[in-house]
Design a protein around this ligand. Structure first.
Ligand SMILES: *[C@@H]1O[C@H](CO)[C@@H](O)[C@H](O)[C@H]1NC(C)=O
Ligand SMILES: *[C@@H]1O[C@H](CO)[C@@H](O)[C@H](O)[C@H]1NC(C)=O
Length: 514
């Protein structure tokens, strides 16, 4: 009957749409409406203070969103059965403690990439069945900090299995336990390896998330899913209790919907952890008073930004050129000085990645063996066991995707080659990126997508990516990279750019067709 259809929707579908679109609004006793969807940490803390919202309502909202959207998106691997209890505790603490005395992340539901260990009911598996039911010795260093701040551990996010260091053939965002993660904008490639964190932040399945990066694994999925990612200077955040690839390159960082959320999460997780010695040296980079002070709308004023054209592709992508032109204009309008047409030495060596790959194969073997050995219990105790596990369970672990990267790592010998690779990378960083930054007195370079990640990766440098547009519906980001410890500047630049452009749009709601 015609009356049952409005704009092609049946009345039942219409009712569902209305319910879903309004379900993120809470009408409170004070009569004001608060929308959880797209809420920032600031918004949430304000709503807590005004008694418009509880942590329990937040957790229930995200659990519901996960129930609706995750069957399609596959961004979440496990839900923490204790999340509601943690929410109730946060709600109670808020009542009894003096207002303003609680940390920013207090009562905020946080989702962790599944390579970040939690000593609780959640598994920590890097997406692989080989680590299912392994028992970790303790929380990861960053998780200790989150818990201390009163954050709620909502669950674990999916990822490219083994942080995409099993095989080059495996698709981005795929892992044996969680299946294929989907970009909520395109229902296609979410990029990886922190795919689930970016998918979940984008689709409002969590308030904030953590990812990890060895080379591009925070920056790329953040760009693809129209969220903000910070890859911190290596050692700024502890890697203890994180299923590793390389202590020289691995970094844990926030993936969130806004620069301010990412800065507040970084502030919470950065700092010394005696289980990761690199954090001691890097702690000199942590500014007194934290990162929130750098969320300045005029943060671009006087900043010198370098443009190295080779990262913008060669010539023909008119869309990219037009968008960059427009963004360059914005950056200049906001007071930045753009230093264009720069050349960087050793760029071809860095981008072809031979030394990086050699070094990573070495470092994976030693660091993964150490991680597995340190577990209290585990089906696999070293890399050779992992390889054997995959061979023994070819269906479960989709062995057709291969595991050549693990096999190469297992076979690797000759410490001399590794040292040579490190010398190469040190030289390339010094004569390439460091020199470029210093002689041009740059605060950052600006690069589209995550194209700059190998440069940042081999030198342990930080980067931040911010939503920059959509091409035929597919999001992309713009990345600012700087020297070690330049997070304050990068946050100023990124925040100022974000506030001037406000490009992020939430993706459509995704659910299974009935
Ligand atoms: C951890 O894995 C075990 C084995 O599959 C499962 O029974 C348990 O529910 C998992 N934990 C969570 C929190 O999902
Ligand atoms: C070091 O770099 C040179 C090129 O500059 C290359 O030929 C050599 O293979 C590299 N060594 C390693 C171990 O990656």
């Amino acid at each position: 009957m015609a009356s049952e259809k409005v704009l092609g929707f049946s009345s039942l579908q219409l009712l569902c749409l209305i319910l879903v679109s309004f379900s993120s609004f809470l009408t409170t006793t004070s009569g004001k409406r608060f929308s959880i969807k797209e809420a920032t940490i600031y918004d949430i803390q304000l709503a807590f203070r005004r008694n418009q919202l509880t942590s329990r309502q937040l957790v229930e909202f995200y659990q519901k969103q996960i129930q609706i959207q995750n069957p399609v998106l596959k961004g979440v691997l496990e839900l923490n059965p204790d999340a509601l209890a943690q929410a109730d505790r946060a709600d109670h603490e808020r009542k009894v403690k003096p207002s303003g005395s609680l940390p920013w992340l207090h009562g905020i539901p946080t989702l962790l990439k599944d390579n970040i260990a939690t000593k609780d009911k959640l598994n920590t598996t890097a997406g692989s069945y080989a680590l299912l039911c392994s028992v970790v010795p303790r929380d990861a260093g960053v998780v200790t900090r989150l818990r201390k701040a009163g954050a709620i551990i909502l669950g674990k996010a999916t990822l490219s299995e083994w942080s995409h260091f099993r095989s080059d053939q495996a698709p981005s965002g795929w892992n044996a336990r969680g299946g294929q993660g989907k970009n909520p904008y395109t229902l296609d490639d979410p990029c990886g390896s922190s795919s689930g964190s970016a998918i979940s932040a984008a689709a409002n399945l969590a308030a904030v998330t953590l990812g990890t990066e060895t080379d591009g694994s925070i920056l790329c999925p953040s760009g693809f899913n129209s969220v903000v990612g910070i890859k911190p200077t290596v050692g700024l955040t502890s890697r203890a209790g994180v299923v590793p690839i390389s202590p020289r390159q691995d970094s844990v960082g926030p993936i969130c919907r806004t620069v301010s959320d990412a800065a507040l999460v970084l502030e919470t997780i950065a700092g010394i952890d005696t289980n990761d010695k690199a954090t001691i040296k890097a702690s000199k980079y942590i500014p007194k008073g934290g990162y929130a002070q750098f969320l300045k709308k005029d943060g671009l004023r006087g900043k010198r930004l370098g443009i190295v054209r080779i990262f913008y592709g060669f010539g023909t992508n008119t869309f990219l050129h037009q968008t960059s032109k427009q963004h360059f204009k914005t950056l200049r309008q906001k007071g930045a000085v753009l230093v264009d047409n720069l050349e960087m030495d050793n760029i071809n060596e860095i981008l072809s990645e031979p030394s990086e790959n050699t070094a990573l194969e070495f470092e994976l073997k030693f660091s993964l063996n150490a991680y597995l050995k340190d577990l209290v219990a585990s089906p696999v105790r070293n890399l050779a066991d992992v390889i054997a596990f995959n061979k023994k369970h070819p269906k479960l672990e989709k062995l057709e995707y291969g595991q050549e990267l693990l096999v190469i790592a297992e076979k690797i010998k000759g410490i001399g080659t590794w040292k040579q690779a490190l010398l190469n990378m040190t030289r390339w960083s010094r004569n390439g990126f460091e020199k470029l930054m210093k002689i041009n007195k740059l605060d950052a370079v600006v690069v589209p997508f995550s194209n700059f990640s190998p440069v940042l990766a081999i030198g342990g440098y930080p980067g931040i990516i911010v939503p920059a547009g959509y091409e035929k519906g597919a999001p992309f980001g713009i990345c600012f990279g700087g020297l070690k410890g330049s997070e304050p500047k990068l946050i100023e630049i990124a925040y100022s750019f974000e506030q001037a452009t406000m490009i992020r749009k939430p993706p459509p709601l995704r659910k299974l067709k009935p």
